[in-house]
Design a protein around this ligand. Structure first.
Ligand code: DHB
Ligand code: FE
Length: 280
């Protein structure tokens, strides 16, 4: 039976990729953020996942405003990063796991989540930055990818409750997969940030702490807000917390231990966080 080894959560600010390319990880601005990752890499080295199920949001690269699925699941043989280029160069493809993707899709549709299925799909910084932070300098990514994209960019957005339910449905699908893969669940984006409008630069440490403190033990607390309330609390791009909420759901309802956590303000315009949770 497949085994969920835990959850890895991180912000995905594209400028992190620029810092990696320049070798700025120890520069004063970046060090507090990058210092969060050696414990995450050590945990991954022990947990030895061979599949990553990644909840993230596309930023207009694969889906644009003219076609915007609320939930989309990749079922491709491989995925390329073709990002807009403020950070990591476009390189290394991500190997897919189409059989597991289709199993997840079938489980979701049977559970009445009518997702968009993508047999061709580009991925962007929301996926490549978390991979590069987890496995820097790997000649090839050590995990195969099942990407699950949530619309966090164009109104109307799914509710936190719906995203948590989506994640729980993904958990049921993973639990019924007959393979013996070791699966890491990944949630990317957030925490609070707003990139445009009158509140550009807005961050909210109090709401971020509420999310970090409750995600493991009481994710339904995060689902108590409407998505409009989350936009007000976290900023219009802080709604990327939806990816974290869905990923938390995919870890199932068993007890979780917090392995490591960081929180640092600001990285670019974002309150940046990382977190690892593993089954108790
Ligand atoms: C920033 C944050 C994001 O989540 C993103 O997708 C793009 C930019 C930022 O803070 O610069
Ligand atoms: Fe983003």
């Amino acid at each position: 039976m497949a085994r969920i080894v835990g959850g890895y959560f991180t912000s995905h600010v594209p400028g992190i990729g620029g810092a990696i390319v320049r070798g700025d990880q120890q520069a004063p601005y970046w060090k507090p953020f990058f210092d969060g990752f050696p414990p995450i890499r050590r945990w991954l080295a022990k947990a030895r996942p061979d599949v990553a199920v990644v909840f993230y949001n596309d930023h207009g690269l694969n889906f644009f405003l003219d076609k915007m699925p609320i939930f989309a699941v990749g079922a491709a043989q491989s995925y390329d990063n073709a990002d807009e280029g403020w950070g990591l160069p476009v390189y290394k493809s991500f190997a897919g796991h189409p059989a597991l993707s289709w199993h997840v899709i079938e489980g979701l549709v049977a559970d009445e989540f009518d997702v968009t299925t993508c047999q061709k799909m580009l991925v962007d910084h929301a996926l490549s930055i978390p991979f590069e932070l987890a496995w820097p300098d790997a000649p090839a990514w050590p995990v195969r990818l099942v990407p699950i994209a949530i619309n966090t960019v164009q109104y109307p957005l799914p509710s936190p409750r719906r995203c948590l339910a989506l994640g729980r449905a993904v958990h049921r699908a993973l639990a019924s997969w007959a393979g013996d893969e070791r699966i890491v669940v990944v949630g990317t984006g957030g925490l609070s940030h707003q990139l445009d409008g009158a509140r550009a630069g807005f961050m909210n440490p109090e709401y971020d702490r509420f999310c970090l403190d409750n995600l493991a033990a009481d994710p339904d607390a995060l689902a108590g807000h409407s998505v409009e309330e989350v936009a007000a609390l976290a900023g219009t791009q802080g709604v990327e917390i939806l990816n974290w909420i869905a990923a938390r759901g995919a870890l199932g309802d068993g007890e979780l231990n917090e392995v490591t956590r960081t929180y640092h303000i600001p990285i670019s315009n974002t309150a940046a966080a990382s977190l690892v949770l593993q089954p108790a």
